[in-house]
Structures are given as structure tokens and as C-alpha cells.
Design a protein around this ligand. Structure first.
Ligand SMILES: Cc1ncc(COP(=O)(O)O)c(C=O)c1O
Length: 378
């Protein structure tokens, strides 16, 4: 705990000590989310390798490791550098194609300090990495990224991904140790379809792994990753690893599936009503520089105002959030100076907009953590 936070805890309430807009994290909910996902992974016999893009905070990576995570998943090398240097991460998956000489140089340096696995989906990227590894007499572990229906990156499950994996396995300096998918298509599936969508993705990945093995490459890791699909995909026999990220905080996108609600959301944006220009309209100090622009299928507007389900954050300009208060909503809770808590539509880019997380324990400020990997998009 910082000295300031320790003093603040004894003297001041949260409202007095925190200026807005800021991100507050309920420690109890976050620890419960971490523990429950770790328990689930262990109950289905898969390794947990959380994606740190959600929190970008070394202290939280440490909590995930302490709960049993085998390592971390990052997208970018910059995130991985922070997690290895400050978060105690010794085993990191870069679940994003590593392309270009500047990144390869940093990858080689990172490999001095941690085990690094890189996900790849192209021969071009693989050949460049192979040349760099062979020149240094190094071997890089690789997962082949497989498209199981999200249609983002990844070689198509089946023949295409199998062919790629076997080609990559022949390149010097690379060792193909696994296949991975991000079954992000589950996020768009309806509540009735999500289980089937997730299971189909898991099966397609396992079948691809089996075909790669039959072709002679010994891939042991079969890695899936998505919070909405987290209770389904890892149950497919043959899946060995899961990489959920959002679960650590959750966000209002998760409400849609009925399993999670506001009490499962550890992170909230604390904002202040700064203007009340009309009975049905309040303005808060959280605009597009605080609330990421993603929409949610679970709730209209730019976030969920806790305790005020009818209030709609209808419009954002940079520093203004315009909240519409329909008839029947408790308009008296939105006086100038009042504070509101907002559960973001998409927590990951929201965290990336702030320097610090304010950790709250029993309604008091317990600690202040730097979002040390924020902005690390290279
Ligand atoms: C490659 C990869 N793995 C895992 C995840 C984690 O998914 P979620 O945020 O749904 O937990 C993501 C999310 O974007 C991802 O891109």
C-alpha cells in the first residue's frame, strides 16, 4: 500500500479521497473471479494461462499466478516485457502474430528472461522468425493459430491449419508445440447458441491437433480462450489450456448470458455528475476519453450505471457523457456533485485509457496500482 493510501484509509471516505473519473476495483470480487476460474480450470484438467490484456497490471498477474496460472497470455511484446519484468511471469504466450525486425529483436531479448511461445498463422512471419532464431542458434516454441469460426486471424481449422503446422515444423529454429484458437465468435452467439458454438470450436481445434500429430508433429498444447465460452470450450476432451482474459473484472457484455451480473463485475468507473441541464438529462465527467466506444448487446448506451438500469449513457463527447433519465428513473440521484458507478461495456480498452487502478476493500481505498502495460501496443 502506498503511504498516501494508508493515510487516506484512516481519515477519508472513498468519495473524499478519489477524484473522478477513475477506475475502482472491488478487491473481493476480483479475487473471487480469479479463484473461481482457477478452480474451474483445475476441475476440467486444463492449464490456465490468463490473457493480461484486460488488466495490464503486474500485481493482478501475480494474483493469477498465485492462484495457479501456468503463465500469461499477451498480445504484444510490450505487454510481455512489463509482465516479465514486473509481474513475475516466467512463461508467456504472445497470442498475436510477431511480424517485423524491431519486434524480432525484442523477442530475442525477452527470450533471455522468460520462456516465450509465439502464435503464428503465416509462412512469411514464420520464415522471418526461423531465420532470426537459426542465426542465433536459438529455438522458439510456436503455437499455430487456428480459425475455428471467428474469421479474424488464423489458418482455417482442418487441412489448411494442418498443412501450415507441418510446414512450420520443418523450419529450423522453430518448434511447433501447440495449436490455439480464440473462439471469439462465441461473444456474438445468442445465449441459446453459445454452448454449441463454443463446443464446435473446441472440437475443430482438437481435430486439427490430431491431424497435425498424425502428420508427424508432436503438438502437445491445444489452447482455447474466451470468457463467454470459458465454461464450455475447455470441457472438450483434448483441450489442454484456456486463456480467458475478461473474467478477472467482467463487464456488462457478460450479463447477456445470464450467468453473470453487476455483482460479478469487479471494475467500475467512478464518475461525477457535472451538469444537470434538463430533468431527463444529466452530464457526467466520463466521455469517450474514459469510456471505450464498444457497444454491448446486453444494455443500450455506453455503459451500465449501477443501481440505475433505466439510465442510458446515450452520447459521448470527449469529456462529457450524456445520461438520459427516463420517467420512472430515480432522477434525484443525479444532482450536480453526485457520483455514479459505471460498469463498462468492454472493460479491456477501458482499462487501457487510465494510468491507475484504485483498489477498494470494504468500501475503503486499499491500494493504488499502476496500469503498467497501458498503451503497450507495440
Ligand atoms: C487470442 C486471444 N486469446 C484470449 C482472449 C481472451 O478472451 P476474453 O476477453 O473473452 O476473455 C482474447 C481476447 O481478445 C484473444 O484475442
Amino acid at each position: 500500500m502506498t503511504g498516501t493510501a494508508a493515510r487516506a484509509e484512516t481519515i477519508l471516505s472513498l468519495d473524499e479521497v478519489l477524484d473522478t473519473p477513475c477506475l475502482i476495483v472491488d478487491e473481493e470480487i476480483m479475487r473471487r473471479n480469479i479463484a473461481e476460474m482457477a478452480a474451474f480450470a483445475s476441475s476440467v484438467g486444463v492449464a490456465l494461462r490468463p490473457h493480461i490484456k484486460t488488466h495490464k497490471t503486474p500485481q493482478i498477474a501475480r494474483l493469477q499466478l498465485a492462484a495457479g496460472a501456468v503463465g500469461a497470455t499477451c498480445a504484444k511484446i510490450g505487454e510481455a516485457e512489463v509482465m516479465v519484468e514486473q509481474g513475475g511471469v516466467e512463461d508467456v504466450l504472445l497470442a498475436y502474430p510477431t511480424v517485423g525486425e524491431p519486434k524480432i529483436r525484442r523477442l530475442l531479448a525477452l527470450m533471455e528472461r522468460a520462456r516465450v511461445v509465439v502464435a503464428l498463422d503465416s509462412r512469411e512471419a514464420a520464415e522471418a522468425l526461423s531465420r532470426a532464431m537459426a542465426a542465433e542458434d536459438r529455438v522458439l516454441d510456436v503455437y499455430v493459430e487456428v480459425n475455428t469460426g471467428q474469421d479474424r486471424a488464423g489458418a482455417r481449422a482442418g487441412e489448411e491449419a494442418t498443412g501450415l503446422a507441418l510446414d512450420l515444423a520443418r523450419l529450423p529454429g522453430l518448434r511447433v508445440v501447440g495449436v490455439m484458437t480464440h473462439e471469439g465468435q462465441a461473444n456474438a452467439a445468442s445465449p441459446e447458441q453459445i454452448e454449441a458454438t463454443a463446443l464446435a470450436a473446441g472440437r475443430a481445434l482438437v481435430e486439427t491437433a490430431e491431424a497435425v500429430r498424425a502428420g508427424g508433429a508432436d503438438v502437445s498444447a491445444v489452447s482455447v480462450g474466451s470468457t463467454p465460452a470459458a465454461t464450455y470450450t475447455p470441457t472438450v476432451p483434448g483441450v489442454t489450456e484456456m486463456r480467458p482474459g475478461t473474467y478477472v473484472f467482467n463487464d456488462n457484455t457478460a450479463f447477456r448470458y445470464g450467468r453473470l451480473g453487476p455483482n460479478d463485475c469487479a471494475l467500475r468507473i467512478l464518475a461525477t455528475v457535472v451538469s444537470r441541464p434538463a430533468p431527463d438529462r444529466a452530464v457526467i465527467d466520463a466521455g469517450s476519453k474514459t469510456l471505450a466506444m464498444d457497444r454491448s448487446l446486453a444494455h443500450p448506451g455506453h455503459g451500465y450505471v449501477v443501481g440505475h438500469p433505466q439510465a442510458e449513457i446515450a452520447r459521448l463527447s470527449e469529456e462529457h457523457g450524456v445520461v438520459l433519465l427516463p420517467e420512472g428513473e430515480d432522477r434525484e440521484s443525479f444532482r450536480v456533485g453526485d457520483r455514479v458507478e459505471i460498469i463498462p461495456n468492454h472493460v479491456c480498452p477501458t482499462v487501457n485509457l487510465q494510468d491507475q487502478l484504485f483498489l477498494v476493500r470494504d468500501g475503503r481505498l486499499a491500494d493504488v496500482w499502476d496500469v503498467a502495460a497501458r498503451g503497450k501496443v507495440r
